[in-house]
Design a protein around this ligand. Sequence first.
Ligand code: NAP
Length: 307
Amino acid sequence: MEKIYDLVILGGGPAGMTAGIYAKRAGLDVVIVEKTLPGGAICNTADVSNFTGFGTISGMELATKMFEHTQALNIPFVFDEVKKVKIEGDIKVVECFSETIKAYAVILAFGASVRKLGIDRERDYVGKGISYCATCDGALYKGETVALVGGGNTALEDAIYLSNVAKKVYLIHRRDEFRGEKILQDEVKNKDNIELILNSAVKNIVGDKKIEKIEVENLITRETTSLAVGGLFVCIGRGPDTEILDFDLEKDAQGYIVTDQYMQTSVKGIFAVGDIRNTPLRQIITACSDGAIASTKANEYVRLTKK
Ligand code: NAP
């Protein structure tokens, strides 16, 4: 007979792994699908300093601890990329590249993908100076001058990280106030080799085989400055990635999935947790909380649907 899981969780980040732990402990037959590493985006976070009980821990170490927790409970992982999610009556069908998984309920936990600057030839320079992950690629720019765009926690943390590797870091932000936490702002301002370029936007990339210069426009004076840099780090947030869903569900103006307080979407049996939903706070701790709530509600849903 064809296998039908109680619950399939799409995404093995903190939200997905926590959902898995709660589901397994509730006795659900659960599987987690993850396309890269368990931990997802936190694997690229150098230090996490606001996850209760851990002081400061590297993102990779926290991800590993979470994964070990799932493995102690024998929660199965499928390492594959999801192509489509469909609904066939009470059954949800998840088409991956190597297999198709069926379940009564789905928790969407695949976060959001990196936002691009949207300037000419940005794609051409990926791997030739443009990076969307300082902790992944920063080491390649040892002793060089680099630029980083963004004003959120990721940008501030990554600027600090890069300042310890590169000779100089230009931190370019489109406003004169940072969105990131005050403690990180203070740390950035105390770094001698980080130069703030505020009210500014990167307009153009210049370089033959790789980035040599960027042209930066001051958005108030409209003056353009040319900066010689070997790398450009883009840390301007993430956006929801919902194209794989073969059905409509309610989303907000930015495209994030709308849920109720139980993480239920507008479609029965489909839950959304973590960065992909319209949450007021995108943190590891809130993602974990979402996962716990969603699994508890999914458990109720599955028990009623299977009857
Ligand atoms: P974010 O908070 O959404 O910040 C994105 C930044 O990029 C904002 O400063 C924004 O400017 C700027 N931006 C957006 N689109 C832009 C564009 N097209 N051109 C230029 N600049 C643009 O994203 P994030 O920093 O990646 O953080 C995502 C979430 O993860 C946040 O909730 C954050 O607190 C959380 N996070 C937490 C930690 C931690 O707690 N340790 C670490 C990393 C991330 P404006 O400010 O002008 O909108």
